[in-house]
Write a protein that binds this ligand. Structure first.
Ligand SMILES: [Zn+2]
Ligand SMILES: [Zn+2]
Ligand SMILES: [Zn+2]
Ligand SMILES: [Zn+2]
Length: 305
């Protein structure tokens, strides 16, 4: 087990545990970690490296990383379809396979027959995106780990690493505009219907048939991502402020409303309902007061005797 010290958004420190031979990552939060760019890049690199090891089949005794207790399989609906994870019944966290993690983030798509044909022609072999094991041309699942054969969308990986576009001018971001669209966003050239690893016109990377290759493609972003995490670029700071403006405006107008309510109360305006006097309470208070003064009068008379 390898403990990875990572950073979440806003520099929050978090720890992940990676089991290389099982091709699994442990997340302390069931929702999975929201990793900052440099940490996501490091995690993808660790995953790619772990694929050099032969896959160990999941042991039925696999338990929670924190309490050792039983796990249950959970299907998580995500924007990109359902993804699977093994969650602690006590909700301490969950195990996720590399492939499931990538799928939940929307970074992979199933390997089409055109992808298979192209990868075989170029590399002579197909590899599993989860465990790195060899896949036969017609396999619907990896015979080593059971994952669905998939390709990595390099363009979306680059976007996930840098959602704020701090490295926008970098060549790896020359990508297709929308998933499934058939033109290159870098140069606008139409792409053949069966797709390709790279744009046929400008050579921008579109997809990669393996995690190691995808990691190599995006690792060029590393230094710029680290610099951005330290000190965000001016255009990013500006965009962040612009995004926060509506919330600030709402807070300001709420503060104005509260001030107006307070002023109205001070100047004898209508009071909020909970402070309005209740006739029954008035009567009871009056009755109690009369009773007390009658008692006081009686006591005084008794003293004066
Ligand atoms: Zn393991
Ligand atoms: Zn547990
Ligand atoms: Zn596999
Ligand atoms: Zn192009």
């Amino acid at each position: 087990m390898k403990v990875l010290a990572m950073q979440g958004h806003y520099g929050r420190a978090l720890e992940l545990d990676l089991c290389a031979p099982c091709h699994l990552v442990w997340f302390d939060s069931i929702e999975g970690a929201h990793l900052a760019g440099p940490s996501l890049l490091a995690l993808v690199g660790e995953m790619a490296e772990a694929q050099a090891l032969p896959h160990t089949a999941l042991k039925p005794t696999l338990g929670c990383m924190r309490c050792g207790g039983a796990l249950r399989t959970v299907h998580n609906p995500s924007r990109f379809g359902s993804s699977l994870q093994l969650e602690c019944a006590q909700r301490h966290g969950a195990w996720q396979s590399f492939g499931q993690f990538l799928q939940q983030k929307g970074l992979v798509r199933p390997m089409s027959s055109a992808d298979r044909h192209r990868a075989l022609q170029r590399d002579g072999a197909l590899h599993c995106v989860n465990c790195g094991g060899g896949i036969h041309q017609n396999d619907t699942v990896c015979s080593w780990c059971g994952s669905v054969p998939a390709v990595v969308d390099v363009a979306l990986l680059a976007l996930a690493l840098d959602p704020e576009g701090a490295t926008r001018q970098h060549a790896v971001h020359r990508k297709r505009g929308e998933a499934g669209s058939l033109s290159c966003a870098a140069c606008g050239a139409a792409q053949p219907a069966d797709g390709g690893w790279a744009c046929t016109s400008c050579g921008a990377t579109l997809t990669a048939p393996g995690l190691a290759e995808a990691h190599r493609q995006v690792s060029a972003l590393g230094p710029a991502l680290a610099a951005h995490a330290q000190r965000p670029a001016a255009h990013v700071v500006q965009e962040r402020l612009a995004r926060q403006q509506p919330a600030l405006d709402r807070q300001r107008s709420r503060a104005r409303e509260m001030q107006a309510e307070a002023d109205a109360r001070r100047h004898g305006g209508p009071l909020p309902s909970q402070e309005r006097q209740d006739p029954l309470a008035d009567w009871l208070q009056g009755a109690a007061g009369e009773l007390l003064s009658a008692l006081a009068r009686a006591l005084r008379r008794w003293w004066q005797r």
